[in-house]
Design a protein around this ligand. Structure first.
Ligand code: ACM
Length: 268
């Protein structure tokens, strides 16, 4: 069994120090009992930018302030932390996410499917969809990383599951209403665990308000909701589960989710 969860909260736009401090404070009560915590997409800066210049100003190279702070927290709490940040690169900015290990290692995943005005601010991802191996109490576990709108493309979860991911860590800033309900389908059709961490609150830019819908949740490979949050409350929620349950792709004695795929008919 592992204990994994999410921190649903309302990041303050442009206040990195405050948002990173919120994370450190939220996990303070855990002493070696929390294994994985998922944070919202772009949780260090907020989401609703008014210009490309603002995005560039707040962007960081991978080993910047966000990494340095998460590294400290992950090491102190002996847990894996996963959340989104603006990644600076020589080519431009990515809508990125970072999985920080308790030993200070980290992996970056850049959002594959940019949503709406993100296409104005961020460059296209070059991250391959590959599960990442992590170690929890001596056991090797495979997690897949997803950022928000990636869920709308079922290939994202499918590719990660076909390559062996047992848990999908989904960092989000959802504004459309569909994803929380769809986690049950994504979990069932891939027989994986999903930890969806969305944010709450509102942000206004260029005369337009965005409302983030909360409703973070943890779902099992059987489509059961193991933990969930409301649409406007801040909280950390966790669940205990065995990631190896996701390795069983049997549906019944005659059907297996992956073996029964008719790739000969799909021809895509
Ligand atoms: C989204 O991809 N942040 C909706």
């Amino acid at each position: 069994m592992i204990r994994a969860g999410y921190f649903q909260f309302d990041p303050v736009f442009g206040d990195k120090k405050h948002n990173l401090a919120r994370v450190a404070e939220a996990v303070e009560k855990f002493h070696d009992e929390l294994d994985i915590l998922v944070l919202p997409e772009l949780f260090t800066t907020g989401y609703h930018f008014s210009s490309k210049q603002q995005v560039e100003e707040w962007a960081e190279f991978p080993e910047g302030e966000t990494y340095q702070t998460l590294k400290k927290t992950a090491s102190e709490r002996n847990c894996y932390l996963f959340g989104g940040f603006i990644e600076k690169s020589e080519k431009g900015c990515y809508n990125s996410s970072m999985l920080v290990f308790p030993n200070g290692e980290y992996r970056i995943y850049r959002k594959a499917h940019l949503f709406f005005e993100e296409t104005l601010y961020f460059i296209k991802s070059d991250s391959l969809l590959e599960p990442i191996e992590i170690t929890i109490r001596g056991k090797k576990i495979r997690v897949g990383l997803m950022i928000c709108f990636d869920w709308f493309f079922p290939e994202t979860a499918r590719t990660l599951a076909l390559k062996g991911a047992q848990i999908l860590l989904h960092t989000a800033n959802l504004v459309l209403p569909y994803c929380p309900a769809a986690t049950i389908t994504r979990a069932l059709e891939n027989k994986v665990f999903i930890i969806l961490c969305n944010r709450i609150g509102k942000e206004t830019a260029k005369g337009k308000e965005l409302s983030f819908i909360g409703l973070s949740r943890i779902v099992s490979p059987k489509g059961e909701i193991l933990s969930e949050s409301g649409k406007d409350n801040e909280e950390i929620k966790t669940a205990f589960f065995d990631p190896f349950d996701a390795d069983n792709k049997s549906i019944n004695i005659y059907n297996n989710l992956f073996e029964d795929r008719r790739t000969d008919l799909y021809r895509i």
